[in-house]
Design a protein around this ligand. Structure first.
Ligand code: 5AD
Ligand code: SF4
Length: 439
């Protein structure tokens, strides 16, 4: 038998891309590929790209330029571009960078083996369709390796919300939910292979409405079904839209044992004018009331969010409204970005605000968010949290894992193995993690 071919995948962007990269590796496994961490050893290099912000496409072109030498040294090396830049740029990528052999959009990964064969025959392979079939359903199954204790599971893809700044509805397409039985089968399979925590993924995960024998299931119903899987200890989901937080999902945060007390609920802005211009379809007040309802059922829940500053038309007052909302909510963790124009989105046609002004606002907002994160972390000192241990830490005998609140926690735990959950008493807080002792 010939040696396995080597596949190097570089993943950019969100957790969904991390999940997709694993699926692409599985698909190409059937074409005789094993993954490698060294691009110079690879027979195929795949860039799994993100298009959400900044000059994503430009970055990919310069990254591709860096592989030119490898391609010259090894004419059999195939180079592919996957993900949202592939979807957005399509054949343009091969025009601008002729050494690219393969361009595949996020909905076509199940077609990779055939596309790879085409490149081996010396042809270019391009597929950026939005096919009807479920791309995960058609992915070939391989012998199953054991896994780390945490895994992502995509349950929903695409988005129908059309926020004025966002490319997702264009690159990932319309909202599609995977059927319930496939998800439950995949979850049970992950648990059999050692997974203790599953994070359900979707661009709009709480809009989930998957088909089952008994009609459509919502996300909360799916979570309750996962709650019954023995051996699965923790359930999380990301990312949610405030308008899809229904009563049952809120209640689940109070009642469902395995649903962890962490919620990423982007609001983007605290100004009603800007929320309207963003087409978010809710006000700042509605968001704050929603947070109150969630905290009423789960007071200790750790809240995370996304913010955009410098959206077209944002005034000083609009920005102050965002700062007030952040003060009122008190986030444990959050992501904040300077608005960047995405070609084809409605906001890209509006007059842009001054870049320095936007940078200034971002700096202020990040200062406040960091302060809140630090205070929430410090409030954990003296408390005991349950840590799902994932891997050895940097120091001798140390292990690292995550608390219920998704804080990274270090502890000296020489006799603890990956996948075990133990109580840890928190004794210190660092910039992005906590440390403690086995309790
Ligand atoms: N500019 C800046 N940030 C953006 N995001 C999405 N599109 C843009 C854009 N054009 C941010 C939003 C979203 C997160 C995933 O990325 O905050 O929630
Ligand atoms: Fe983009 Fe999220 Fe808005 Fe959908 S809800 S358009 S993914 S920001």
């Amino acid at each position: 038998m010939s040696d396995p071919k080597k596949l190097f995948i570089k993943t950019y962007g969100c957790q969904m891309n991390v999940y997709d990269s694993e699926r692409m590796a599985e698909a190409l496994g059937t074409s005789g590929y094993e993954t490698t961490n060294a691009p110079e050893d690879a027979d195929m290099i795949l860039l799994n790209t993100c298009h959400i912000r900044e000059k994503a496409a430009e970055k990919i072109y310069s990254e591709l330029g860096r592989f030119k030498g490898l391609k010259q040294g090894n004419p059999d090396l195939k180079i592919g571009v996957a993900g949202c830049v592939a979807q957005a740029e399509g054949a343009e990528i091969m025009r601008r960078q002729p050494m690219v052999d393969l361009v595949v959009g996020p909905q076509s990964y199940h077609r990779l083996p055939a596309m790879e064969a085409k490149t081996r025959a010396g042809e270019k392979a391009l597929d950026t369709d939005f096919p009807e079939e479920d791309k995960f359903d058609h992915l070939p199954k391989r012998p199953k390796p054991t896994r780390g204790p945490t895994a992502f599971l995509t349950v929903q893809e695409g988005c129908d919300k059309f926020c004025a700044f966002c490319v997702v509805p264009y690159t990932r397409g319309a909202e599609v939910s995977r059927p319930v039985d496939r998800i439950l089968t995949e979850a049970r399979d992950l648990v059999e292979r050692g997974v203790r925590e599953i994070t359900l993924l979707g661009q709009n995960v709480n809009a989930y409405h998957g088909a089952s024998d008994g009609g459509d299931w919502t996300l909360s119903r799916l979570i309750w079904a996962l709650n019954d899987i023995d051996g699965l200890e923790r359930i999380r989901f990301t990312t949610s839209h405030p308008n899809d937080m229904d009563d049952a999902l809120i209640a689940a945060h109070g009642e469902c044992d395995k649903l962890m007390p962490y919620l990423h609920l982007p609001v983007q802005s605290g100004s009603d004018n800007i929320l309207k211009a963003m087409n978010r379809k809710h006000t700042a007040e509605q968001y704050i009331r929603l947070i109150e309802r969630i905290r009423a059922v789960r007071p200790d829940i750790l809240l995370s969010g996304d913010f955009i500053v410098g959206f077209p038309g944002e005034t000083d007052q609009d920005f102050e409204d965002t700062m007030s909302l952040v003060r009122e909510v008190n986030y444990g963790q959050a992501y904040s970005f300077k608005y960047s124009t995405r070609p084809g989105t409605p906001a890209s046609e509006k007059p842009q605000i001054d870049n320095d002004l936007a940078s200034n606002r971002l700096h202020k907002l990040q200062g406040l968010l960091t302060q809140q994160q630090r205070a929430v972390q410090e409030s954990m000192i003296g408390k005991t949290v349950k840590v799902l241990f994932e891997k050895p830490g940097r120091l001798e005998g140390q292990m690292v894992g995550k608390s219920e609140y998704l804080h990274a926690v270090h502890a000296v735990a020489p006799n603890v193995s990956r996948g075990e959950i133990h109580p840890v008493r928190i004794t210190y807080s660092e910039s992005n993690s906590l440390g403690g002792e086995l309790a």
